[in-house]
Design a protein around this ligand. Sequence first.
Ligand code: ATP
Ligand code: BTN
Length: 240
Amino acid sequence: MAEGRETTVGIRVISLEEVDSTNEYARRIASDVPEGTVVLAKRQTAGKGRKGRSWASPEGGIWMSVVLKPSGVDPRLVFVGALAVTDTLSDFGISSGIKWPNDVWAAGKKIAGILTEGKAGEYVVLGIGLNVNNPVPPELRWDAVSMMELTGTSLPLDRVLERLLFHLNGWYRVFRERPELVMAKVRERTFILGRIVKVVEDDNALIGRAVDVLDDGSLLLDVGGQLRRILYGDVSLRIV
Ligand code: ATP
Ligand code: BTN
């Protein structure tokens, strides 16, 4: 896929021992750093998911955010992260799939989450949390998994990071040139297609069969024979 000729993602890497959240840190410095600057931390004390949910980030995982400066804020940037994570996992022999819109699952459990936050016209922070050698919190044992658990061995974090940055670079370049190719790959790797899912937004819930991921990043749902387009937003999705 990517030949890695031109480096954007990882042009500069800021490595921290501990931080509240790499996304928050990246947002604080976004205006003053070049595109592609990566913020990486060994531990996050206030790692976050969407809607203010917390993201467990003890030492041993990859907790990183990259500052991007695309021409416009595009919600599909989250898929650049998801594709890069699935490619990275595959490099280490782990097969995985995308749970639309922002999770990566392996062996039926969540192994990574992606959180994009942006300021229109200025920057997008693409945050990735990937469980590598870190323990997953006991209360998430049935829902979450790490690379170490799946491979049975502790993995070199620097190698995992190197592969992740490589794939982020490649997919970001494809995204800028041919975003429809990114979406074609997302469609291939979205494992919920054909399955019955429940989509929840605020107080509304819809149950239907996930049919497709459209080029604009939305999910097409068949609800009792009626096709509904679900926009990427603050929706939660559960497999029924
Ligand atoms: P959805 O994405 O469908 O809204 P979600 O449960 O995946 O549902 P997110 O906000 O995307 O919600 O992710 C945050 C959730 O991820 C937390 O509420 C927690 O359940 C789970 N989580 C927190 N830390 C980790 C981790 N290190 N690995 C895997 N899962 C985690
Ligand atoms: C989710 O599944 O809701 C997204 C989780 C995103 C976690 C990563 S870890 C690095 C970056 N910093 C954060 O506080 N969140 C993201």
